[in-house]
Design a protein around this ligand. Structure first.
Ligand SMILES: [Zn+2]
Length: 110
């Protein structure tokens, strides 16, 4: 109780100039279709594309900015892409092994 340590600086006061809240969509590649919203009451940040309707949400804090939500979304997309690439690689290697077997058989005959 009463264990509220306020670390570091307090968050900056509300700025009047708008930060970028519109980004390029990783799914449809539309240049400015992704909008980020931050709900500080519920500590939820959401990025969504108004063209292809893909969306992403994550937890935020008082210091989270729209670009943070967006880059988290990109990270998540890359992680998924990498998983898919791994599957493709495995399948390719299996095919290659069969080829190697054929080669071995031929050299045994000689
Ligand atoms: Zn999109």
């Amino acid at each position: 109780m009463g264990k509220r340590k306020s670390r570091a600086k307090p968050p900056p006061k509300k700025r009047m100039d708008k930060l970028d809240t519109v980004f390029c969509c990783p799914f449809c590649n539309h240049g400015s279709s992704v909008e980020c919203r931050i709900d500080l009451k519920n500590l939820i940040g959401e990025a969504s594309c108004r063209i292809c309707l893909e969306s992403f949400s994550t937890t935020v804090n008082a210091l989270t900015e729209p670009i943070d939500i967006y880059s988290e979304w990109i990270d998540e997309c890359e992680r998924v892409n990498n998983l898919e690439e791994d599957n493709t690689t495995n399948r390719y290697e299996e095919e290659k092994e069969e080829e190697d077997d054929n080669n071995n058989n031929r050299s045994e005959e000689e």
